[in-house]
Design a protein around this ligand. Structure first.
Ligand SMILES: CC(C)(COP(=O)(O)OP(=O)(O)OC[C@H]1O[C@@H](n2cnc3c(N)ncnc32)[C@H](O)[C@@H]1OP(=O)(O)O)[C@@H](O)C(=O)NCCC(=O)NCCS
Length: 168
């Protein structure tokens, strides 16, 4: 199994073991746990998304603490002219486990475990999402543009910062 255990020191000095893995299994436990992480995702839609993962349209990675999923990230695989490219989406760390370096470690782990031909990662992030932008900058992502009115959040348009990182 594609897994890696990484000890992380919490601020109170307690060491926690985090496991990282490429998500292959989509048994009921995993689906329920993902549903807990993303309460706004419907169970059926998770099932559909995981079926797509099977066809390798995208790849998901998760982080676990004590066997419980605490973080998730997905990469949409580029095809044809864009076969060297992936788009990073749906990065999420459980609220109680933020600021422990989990997102940074999960992204670094996942970038090392993408298919060999992938050399460029792109992403779009809400311009006002400072935690995520700080994280991406720390991971070496560079800004390459601003997409105005890129998404609609709570009925309001939101601009997205476009970022990229060369990984080879
Ligand atoms: C953004 C998110 C994934 C960060 O996860 P995390 O595990 O807490 O991040 P890490 O602990 O690995 O932090 C790494 C760096 O990111 C930055 N960062 C993370 N959270 C931050 C915050 N609340 N404020 C400012 N900077 C922050 C810091 O530079 C941090 O390094 P530092 O701790 O040495 O200062 C998490 O807050 C989250 O799930 N947010 C909701 C979903 C989301 O916005 N996803 C991104 C969609 S594009």
């Amino acid at each position: 199994m594609n897994m890696f255990i990484n000890p992380v020191k919490e601020k109170n000095k307690k060491t926690i073991n985090i496991e990282f893995e490429k998500l292959k299994h989509h048994d009921l436990t995993t689906i329920e746990e993902l549903h807990n992480l993303f309460p706004f995702w419907k169970r059926n839609s998770i099932l559909k998304k995981l079926k797509k993962t099977e066809k390798e349209k995208d790849i998901r990675f998760i982080a676990k603490i004590d066997g419980k999923i605490v973080a998730h990230v997905k990469y949409i695989l580029g095809k044809s002219l864009h076969k060297h490219r992936v788009e990073m989406v749906s990065l999420m760390v459980e609220e109680n486990n933020r600021r422990k370096g989990i997102a940074k470690k999960l992204v670094n782990y996942s970038l090392k475990n993408l298919p060999e031909e992938k050399t460029l990662v792109i992403l779009a992030v809400d311009k006002k999402n400072k935690p995520a932008i700080n994280l991406y900058k720390k991971l070496g992502f560079k800004e390459h543009g601003l997409l105005k009115k890129a998404s609609i959040v709570d009925g309001k348009y939101v601009d997205n910062l476009l970022m990229n990182k060369k990984i080879k």
